[in-house]
Write a protein that binds this ligand. Structure first.
Ligand SMILES: *Cc1c(COP(=O)(O)O)cnc(C)c1O
Length: 393
């Protein structure tokens, strides 16, 4: 499956390095400056008018932030890329740029919690019609697209039950109806899945997760067709959700090991999913790399690796979760995902805390579900940790 011609590790190290002679930084510096001074007013004017490259004010562009954008542009093989202060800033700026009153957006129900709030709470306020579809009912999604679709918004694999959405199939139908296709690729990263190659127009990320990878910086990324990204950039300049240079540096540093980390996350998650699948103390495992996962065939087609995220349900109720988590030594009980360290969180406490038990059940989320973001620890240690934790229940 893996496509070595993509050269991610090479691009991550070299895509942002400026050409030219003389002394060069091997590790790019952090430009803290908010503003950039010009001795020559004509030069300043040319930069202000976009006639020559340069930076003026860090809400618009910054010499540490731009190399990160150029690197992600290369990894996504996109025409353009811009960054944001958080993943939600990337998603909200993109949706609020492209959707104006009177428009219609079609999306899946299983989007990230914050994204779902935009669709349910903020879009209707703006007079944007929202059609939220059953994530795996592709025929329903196609039928909704045919009723009118300025934007088709997808996310795959989804949180927390790792559903896999057929990007190519739905993008084709959306384009027949002149829809703009956006995919949240946070769980997969470009190493495992490239939505632009599958027909998407735009791809968004929470860079807070795998792209940074170390739980120490927040950020968001938007890559894709230049005319669309430029529109969102114009909104972001005014809206102000710019990425800070420090965070850009941290994410750029994280990207240098993205391919290595994702390979490890993929291998370990597959081992752990298979182990849990065969464990008598586990009721169900959700991982697209398992042959009995309902969307395994789509995942094999559109992904180069199945990722580091999995979830599993224990027999019994939430009390079992409360018993298991303190017994695990190599996982932080914490929100978020995609870190080098293993993170566990029950959706009952994290993403789906505000819902009632009935609502969670309707979404197919068992009370005893545990989301497990597999870190890069030695996998034997993680397996032994899970085994001893489960055997004591
Ligand atoms: C975390 C996450 C977001 C939001 O990103 P932030 O950086 O927390 O704002 C969006 N989509 C997905 C899939 C996420 O996991």
């Amino acid at each position: 499956m893996a496509d070595s011609s993509r050269r991610f590790a090479t691009l991550a190290l070299w895509a942002a390095h400026p050409e030219g002679s003389g002394e060069k930084d091997v590790a790019l510096p952090i430009h803290h400056s908010v503003n950039f001074a010009y001795e020559d007013v004509d030069e300043w004017l040319d930069v202000a008018l976009g006639k020559r490259p340069g930076h003026i004010y860090s809400r618009n562009t910054n010499p540490t932030v731009r190399p990160l954008e150029l690197t992600m542009r290369a990894l996504d093989d996109a025409e353009e890329c811009i960054s944001f202060s958080t993943g939600m800033a990337a998603i909200s700026n993109t949706l609020f740029t492209l959707l104006v009153p009177g428009d219609r957006v079609v999306a899946i129900k299983d989007t990230y919690g914050g994204t779902n709030k935009i669709f349910l709470e903020f879009m209707p306020r703006n007079n944007v019609e929202v059609a939220l579809c059953d994530t795996l009912d592709f025929e329903e999604i196609e039928a909704e697209i045919r009723k009118g679709c300025k934007v088709l918004y997808l996310e795959t694999p989804t949180n927390p039950t790792l559903k896999v959405v057929d990007i190519e199939r739905l993008a084709r139908v959306a384009h027949e109806h002149r829809g703009i296709v956006i995919v949240d690729n946070t769980f997969a990263t470009p190493v495992n899945q490239r939505p632009l190659e599958l027909g998407a127009d735009l791809v968004v990320y929470s860079a807070t997760k795998y792209l940074n990878g170390h739980s120490d910086a927040m950020g968001g990324i938007l890559s894709g067709a230049k005319d669309l990204v430029d529109q969102v950039f114009h909104y972001r300049e005014i809206n102000g959700a710019a990425l800070h240079a420090n965070s850009a540096y941290m994410i750029l540093r994280g990207l240098k090991t993205l391919e290595l980390r994702i390979q490890r996350h993929n291998e370990s998650a597959q081992r752990i999913a298979e182990f849990l699948h065969d464990h008598e103390g586990v009721e169900a495992v959700y991982y697209p790399g398992l042959p009995d996962h309902p969307n395994h065939d789509i995942a094999r087609r559109q992904m180069d690796g199945f990722g580091g995220m999995l979830s599993f349900a224990l027999p019994g109720d939430f009390d079992q979760v409360k018993k298991l988590l303190p017994r695990l030594h190599y996982s932080h009980n914490a929100a978020s995902l995609g870190s080098v360290a293993t993170l566990v969180g029950p959706p009952r406490v994290t993403s789906h805390v505000e819902l009632s038990m009935e609502e969670r059940r309707a979404m197919g989320i068992p009370e005893s579900l545990i989301r497990y973001s597999v870190g890069i620890e030695n996998v034997e240690d993680l397996l032994a940790d899970l085994d001893s934790g489960l055997s004591g229940l």
